[in-house]
Design a protein around this ligand. Sequence first.
Ligand code: ZN
Length: 176
Amino acid sequence: MDLKKIDPASLAIRHYPDPVLRQVARPVDEVGSAVRNIAERMIELMVQADGIGLAAPQVGLPLRLLVFSLSGKAEDVHVLINPELCHPQGSSEMEEGCLSLPGIRAKVRRAAVCTVWALDLEGNRFVMDTVDLAATVVQHEMDHLDGVLFIDRLKTVSRMACRRGLKQLEREYVGR
Ligand code: ZN
């Protein structure tokens, strides 16, 4: 994939069951202006959609890149390139939603605390300790990089409760 050929303006949020959401994303091998432009567009799309996190596969790019902002505002955004999760600890359950699964919400159990290593938009490596909502968002978005959706992590009863919503999205999906 030549990132320089991607027009950021053409990127849009993909909905389940778009197959790109199931791909395992590949690492970003060069942090340059092409990646920065893609990240900018992802931030714009996330803020427009009132989201607090967005991963590149959700805009059709199977790349290990994600953005999140706990306030939902552009000024609070974090950009994580090639993130790696370390030391997950504890357990917490939070209700989650996903911009790729509109209308669906369910409680998901995840680690309550985790550390993440990543590259920033300048290509510098940094470490971030996350707890509570930040830990949940980071784990949710990192799942996207491995083709995993939060509905995959539900217990049977919650999964049953989401079935109607998923069927609706399957009917609405027209492909691209
Ligand atoms: Zn999501």
